[in-house]
Design a protein around this ligand. Structure first.
Ligand code: G6P
Length: 430
């Protein structure tokens, strides 16, 4: 997009990059070319014909894009999550119910027809999609497929009838996600929904239904508050769909209560910051890490591993804990720490036995565990206790300490947390 200034004009891939210098923008359309100078903006369409595009004024301001006293944008963004989630829920809940129109005026009509869901996204947004896949099947009983956009767009897909296509993107400008959406529009999906954090983005213009997360500008390249607000939005979506398939008012009331409790619960987890800083310092010398989770905690583990590799440059991989014996166990020794996510659910005992396998091979353990599961720190085992939480929202809560952990490891290593090498915030090309 073009940022319109006074005696100066700018080009960037999204609004947030330009907020410190202007609030006025021109959004280029697919195929447009622009030539800018200090005093002039000339725009041509794909046929090289001069065209006029409107100037829009963004409601976002530069103050939302400063560090507010935090050392890095990423830390500020982690700590802003209670507010970001509350802002995302604002206007979406009413007397124990979810307001369907939060997804668009025709949302009800499309949701009534939806029998399956296809989700596409990239990076962190893809991990949010994976968690939504578990929720859709377990809460709404609706089959769901989740795929990275760069794969989806280049393969011949088959779909069940009446499938809703959902594209998740913080920026709304990711080339692969937009191309996947373009493809979906030419196929017979029952509707397209974009979940996005940037109101003026291409995704919000192209998708039929739109849900805006109100996380505010995310500047750190490693996504944090966009992820937790995407999950908030996706849980709203799942609950709305479950209204049709599992019409039990108490399910919706329970989920609404859990959503309303999120800001307070996230605040409690943020209190672990100091403890995580200390643990991270002892970890910063490592070169590899294996993250383990089961169920919804698998995508949470994948997201934790992604955060660590993006900003600290430590090689990290996530595995379903049950797959440990099918390969990764061969890597475990005193140089391969294992980070496990251990909420108090029916898979806990199985996870504990996986962890014993790791200890038996001298693997150091970092366990993010429910405070009630009676796991204690000892030689080679660092336990980070978390306040007990309902399974449904556990993915949101367990993500927070993993973000803080990766952040402190990166800071200890002296890495450029907000702008990691080789990475960009919006990937607008393939
Ligand atoms: C880049 C960013 C990631 C982000 C991904 C998808 O790789 O560095 O943080 O998750 O793009 O971006 P999107 O804006 O589509 O969510």
């Amino acid at each position: 997009m073009i940022g319109v200034g006074i005696g100066e004009h700018f080009i960037a891939s999204d609004v947030f990059a330009l907020l410190p210098v202007t609030q006025r923008f021109i959004i280029l359309q697919e195929g447009d070319f622009a030539e800018i100078s200090k005093d002039q903006i000339k725009i041509f369409n794909k046929d090289l014909k001069p065209v006029e595009r409107p100037i829009i004024t963004s409601s976002l301001s530069a103050e939302v894009a400063d560090k507010s006293g935090y050392r890095h944008y990423m830390l500020k963004e982690i700590f802003t999550q209670p507010r970001a989630v509350a802002d995302t829920l604002e206007g979406c809940l009413s007397e124990g119910h979810i307001v369907e129109q939060s997804f668009g005026m025709v949302a009800g009509e499309i949701f009534d027809k939806t029998r399956a869901v296809q989700i596409v996204a990239c990076g962190t947004s893809y991990h949010a999609g994976l968690i939504a896949g578990y929720w859709l099947e377990s809460i709404a009983g609706i089959p769901c497929r989740v795929e990275v956009a760069s794969e989806f767009r280049y393969r011949k897909t088959a779909r069940q009838t009446d499938t809703l296509f959902v594209a998740i993107s913080q920026s709304g400008e990711t080339a692969d996600t937009l191309a996947a959406l373009g493809l979906a529009k030419s196929l017979n999906y029952v509707g397209t929904l974009g979940i996005c954090n940037v109101p003026e983005s291409t995704l919000t213009r192209e998708a039929e239904l739109v849900f805006l997360t109100h996380a505010g500008p995310e500047i750190g390249v490693a996504s944090t508050k966009a992820f937790t607000t995407q999950l908030t939005a996706l849980l709203l979506l799942v609950t709305l769909l479950s209204r049709r398939t599992n019409p039990n008012p108490s399910t919706e009331q329970k989920i609404v209560g859990l959503l309303e409790s999120l800001p307070g619960r996230i605040n409690l987890v943020l209190e672990l910051n100091r403890q995580l800083e200390q643990i991270a310092q002892s970890f910063a010398g490592k070169h590899h890490a294996l993250y383990l989770g089961r169920g919804t905690m698998l995508p949470v583990a994948m997201e934790g591993a992604l955060k660590l590799k993006e900003i600290s440059y430590i090689h990290a991989e996530a595995y379903p804990a049950g797959e440990l014996k099918h390969g990764p166990l061969a890597l475990v020794d005193d140089d391969m720490p294992v980070i496990a996510i251990a909420p108090n659910n029916q898979l806990l005992e199985k996870l504990k036995s996986n962890l014993q396998e790791v200890r038996a091979r001298n693997g150091e353990l970092y366990v993010f565990a429910d405070a009630e599961v009676a796991m204690e720190s000892s030689e080679g085992i660092h336990v980070i206790p978390l306040v007990p939480v309902d399974d449904t929202i556990a993915p949101i809560i367990y993500t927070i300490p993993l973000q803080l952990f990766a952040y402190h490891v990166a800071v200890t290593k002296g890495a450029d947390v907000d702008q990691p090498r080789n990475l960009a915030k919006s990937v607008t090309v393939e």
